[in-house]
Design a protein. Sequence first.
Length: 118
Amino acid sequence: MTSTRLMEARAARVRAKRRHEPKWKNPPVRIEPWECIVCDSCLRACPPQFGAIFNDGIDVKVIPELCSGCNRCIPACPMDCIYPDEEWEPTPLDRWRLAGGSGDPYLAVRRFGSRAAD
Protein backbone atom coordinates (compact mmCIF):
# COMPACT_ATOMS: atom_id res chain seq x y z
CA MET A 1 0.00 0.00 0.00
CA THR A 2 1.41 3.42 -0.89
CA SER A 3 2.08 6.03 1.77
CA THR A 4 -0.69 8.20 0.33
CA ARG A 5 -3.19 5.34 0.69
CA LEU A 6 -1.96 4.61 4.21
CA MET A 7 -2.46 8.24 5.21
CA GLU A 8 -5.89 8.26 3.57
CA ALA A 9 -6.80 5.20 5.65
CA ARG A 10 -5.65 7.06 8.78
CA ALA A 11 -7.72 10.10 7.78
CA ALA A 12 -10.76 7.83 7.39
CA ARG A 13 -10.19 6.46 10.92
CA VAL A 14 -9.93 10.03 12.24
CA ARG A 15 -13.22 10.96 10.56
CA ALA A 16 -14.97 7.79 11.76
CA LYS A 17 -13.44 8.05 15.26
CA ARG A 18 -13.18 4.28 15.52
CA ARG A 19 -10.49 1.60 15.61
CA HIS A 20 -9.72 -0.69 12.67
CA GLU A 21 -11.03 -3.85 14.29
CA PRO A 22 -11.03 -6.83 13.93
CA LYS A 23 -7.93 -6.48 11.74
CA TRP A 24 -5.85 -4.99 14.57
CA LYS A 25 -5.41 -7.85 17.03
CA ASN A 26 -3.16 -6.15 19.61
CA PRO A 27 -4.60 -3.68 22.09
CA PRO A 28 -3.66 -0.01 21.82
CA VAL A 29 -1.15 1.47 24.26
CA ARG A 30 -1.50 3.96 27.09
CA ILE A 31 1.07 6.33 28.54
CA GLU A 32 1.24 6.85 32.28
CA PRO A 33 1.47 10.65 32.62
CA TRP A 34 3.12 10.70 36.06
CA GLU A 35 5.99 8.55 34.71
CA CYS A 36 6.40 10.31 31.35
CA ILE A 37 9.12 12.95 30.85
CA VAL A 38 7.59 14.19 27.54
CA CYS A 39 10.73 13.42 25.51
CA ASP A 40 8.68 12.64 22.36
CA SER A 41 10.57 9.40 21.68
CA CYS A 42 7.26 7.56 21.49
CA LEU A 43 5.77 10.12 19.10
CA ARG A 44 8.77 9.78 16.77
CA ALA A 45 8.57 5.96 16.94
CA CYS A 46 4.85 5.81 16.08
CA PRO A 47 4.45 4.98 12.38
CA PRO A 48 2.77 7.94 10.63
CA GLN A 49 0.16 5.73 8.99
CA PHE A 50 -1.21 5.14 12.51
CA GLY A 51 -0.18 8.43 14.12
CA ALA A 52 -1.74 7.79 17.51
CA ILE A 53 0.50 9.71 19.94
CA PHE A 54 0.18 13.46 20.50
CA ASN A 55 1.50 16.25 22.68
CA ASP A 56 -1.38 17.83 24.55
CA GLY A 57 -0.12 20.68 26.67
CA ILE A 58 2.29 19.20 29.20
CA ASP A 59 1.05 15.65 28.59
CA VAL A 60 1.55 13.04 25.90
CA LYS A 61 -1.70 11.31 24.93
CA VAL A 62 -2.65 8.28 22.86
CA ILE A 63 -5.77 8.14 20.74
CA PRO A 64 -6.43 4.39 21.02
CA GLU A 65 -8.66 4.29 17.95
CA LEU A 66 -5.60 5.25 15.86
CA CYS A 67 -3.17 2.91 17.64
CA SER A 68 -2.61 -0.40 15.83
CA GLY A 69 -0.88 -1.98 18.82
CA CYS A 70 2.37 -2.36 16.86
CA ASN A 71 4.19 -1.43 20.11
CA ARG A 72 7.09 0.37 18.37
CA CYS A 73 6.75 3.12 20.95
CA ILE A 74 7.36 0.81 23.92
CA PRO A 75 11.09 0.14 23.39
CA ALA A 76 11.60 3.78 22.30
CA CYS A 77 10.47 5.06 25.72
CA PRO A 78 13.41 5.71 28.08
CA MET A 79 11.07 5.76 31.11
CA ASP A 80 9.21 2.49 30.38
CA CYS A 81 5.89 4.27 30.92
CA ILE A 82 4.00 2.88 27.91
CA TYR A 83 1.79 -0.16 28.40
CA PRO A 84 -0.64 -2.23 26.33
CA ASP A 85 -4.15 -1.13 27.31
CA GLU A 86 -6.49 -4.12 27.21
CA GLU A 87 -9.25 -2.07 28.86
CA TRP A 88 -9.03 1.04 26.67
CA GLU A 89 -11.99 3.36 26.42
CA PRO A 90 -13.14 5.50 23.49
CA THR A 91 -11.35 8.81 23.14
CA PRO A 92 -13.24 11.85 24.48
CA LEU A 93 -14.49 14.00 21.61
CA ASP A 94 -12.44 17.03 22.65
CA ARG A 95 -9.17 15.05 22.29
CA TRP A 96 -9.90 14.29 18.63
CA ARG A 97 -8.92 17.92 17.90
CA LEU A 98 -5.30 16.68 18.07
CA ALA A 99 -5.74 14.42 15.03
CA GLY A 100 -6.15 15.79 11.55
CA GLY A 101 -5.73 19.46 12.43
CA SER A 102 -2.96 21.90 11.56
CA GLY A 103 -0.88 20.76 14.55
CA ASP A 104 -1.05 17.05 13.69
CA PRO A 105 2.64 15.97 13.57
CA TYR A 106 1.85 12.99 11.35
CA LEU A 107 0.39 15.23 8.66
CA ALA A 108 3.64 17.21 8.73
CA VAL A 109 5.43 13.96 7.85
CA ARG A 110 3.22 13.63 4.81
CA ARG A 111 3.72 17.26 3.72
CA PHE A 112 7.46 17.50 4.30
CA GLY A 113 8.65 13.92 3.97
CA SER A 114 10.22 13.65 7.44
CA ARG A 115 9.64 14.76 10.97
CA ALA A 116 11.33 17.98 11.97
CA ALA A 117 12.66 16.31 15.14
CA ASP A 118 14.38 13.49 13.22
